[in-house]
Design a binder for this molecule. Sequence first.
Ligand code: A3P
Length: 322
Amino acid sequence: RDLREDDMPQAFKDLVSSLPSEEDWVINTLRLYQGFWFPSRLLNGIFNCQNHFQAHPSDILLVTNPKSGTTWLTAILFALLNRAKYSNSNSQRRHPLLTQNSHDLVLHLEHKLYLQQENPDLSALASPRLFVTHLPYSSLPQSVSDSKCKLVYLVRNPKDTFISMWHFFNKMRPEENGQIPIQECLDKFCRGVSPYGPYWDHVLGYQKASLEKPEQVLFVTYEQMKLDPHVHVRRLADFVGCPFSEEELGDGAVEGILRMCSFDNLSSLEVNKSGKLSNGLENKLFFRRGEVGDWVNYMSAEMGERIDGVMDEKLHGSGLKL
Ligand code: A3P
């Protein structure tokens, strides 16, 4: 059991201990709750968020499966929404993204806000409020669909997501435990046992929502963003209700945001090379290669085909090809 489970109120502890469990990819526990495998240490934050988060119609929630490019899109959305504040060249030099990791600038619902406090006071946050979450669509607080706030869902191809997760969680493991064998992780991933997994159910929930409510849910892929970032940043800006003006477009505002949020720029900043998040995690853990198709360097063709086979089966009929 995770230490965090011991910190929970008794009613939560009783519920949590009744949930099916599996070892996660570090040395902790995943619990099956509402059809998804959640890191046990976050359940308190998830319960609090579900019970207390009151979405506003103007809110923007970025949702991802872990390791799908959250850090990148968080930075882009932050830069996009705050661009008026930092538009002249003098303030560009003092842009918060140059001295803070995006995870410390944008509040994560269940990792931070509702993990630290049962019902945090959010009244001081300026509108539009931007939040990040990994929660599946079916586990979002009721107020999210009631309020019709905007959801941006970023998805990444499952093989690169898997490899990114494998690297990330290996770095989180205590040295004495050594690396978790890739084959063991692959077995778990293909059974749906990954943080916030099954991966495919997470994706399908948001794909369905984006088809049913395109004005509320925008479905974006990491690969599309890499291929044509200019088009997709403009699409994001339109969707969240702060489109670029002709003047901004002429002044290179989109290119400026893309340059600042590029992998090369963010990963070379001192804060992201040697800094830590407020929760103690090293910022550099969020920057590895940032490429499409890197899985081929770590998995055999056979392993890749295994993931493809599971995805073909699980995504069958959805029209999605990841
Ligand atoms: P890799 O491990 O494949 O390199 P998350 O932010 O959801 O934790 O995802 C991390 C993944 O996004 C890592 O992928 C990381 O390198 C990549 N990433 C981080 N910043 C990026 C950026 N600015 N542009 C593109 N990819 C980025």
